[in-house]
Structures are given as structure tokens and as C-alpha cells.
Design a protein around this ligand. Structure first.
Ligand SMILES: [Zn+2]
Ligand SMILES: [Zn+2]
Length: 67
């Protein structure tokens, strides 16, 4: 299944016992690196419950709860 907006592949995420297809690129907030001020790349981890950010320049990593 692909996202209708960006055509990236969606990932299944389980919320409240229901599995939905979520596009990690469109349905997650953007975040810029604290130091480099560049957009961090993001992906869903932990069965879609957490967002993992990583800076492409300095490799700074940040994990946030995604609900
Ligand atoms: Zn998308
Ligand atoms: Zn950085």
C-alpha cells in the first residue's frame, strides 16, 4: 500500500487493537536538528508507537512518542 499524497510505502500501525496504514513521511511531525538546523530524517519504530529521528549531518538521534 502506498501513500496517496507522496506515494511512499505506508507501514501498518496498531492503535487500540486496530491496524491502520500510516505514511511515516506525511503523518508525522517534522523536526530539525538542534545544532545543524536541517530537517531530520524520520521513521516509525516500535510497531508505529515511536518516532525515531536522526540528523543526516551530525547523526544526532531523537525518539518521540507517536500516537
Ligand atoms: Zn505520504
Ligand atoms: Zn545535526
Amino acid at each position: 500500500m502506498t501513500c496517496p499524497k507522496c506515494e511512499n510505502p505506508t507501514v501498518p500501525v496498531t492503535r487500540n487493537g486496530t491496524t491502520t496504514q500510516v505514511c511515516a513521511a506525511c503523518d508525522t511531525p517534522d523536526r530539525t536538528c538542534t545544532w545543524c538546523k536541517v530537517p531530520m530524517s524520520k521513521r516509525l519504530v516500535g510497531n508505529g508507537q515511536y518516532l525515531h529521528y536522526i540528523c543526516p549531518k551530525c547523526r544526532f538521534q531523537h525518539t518521540a512518542k507517536f500516537s
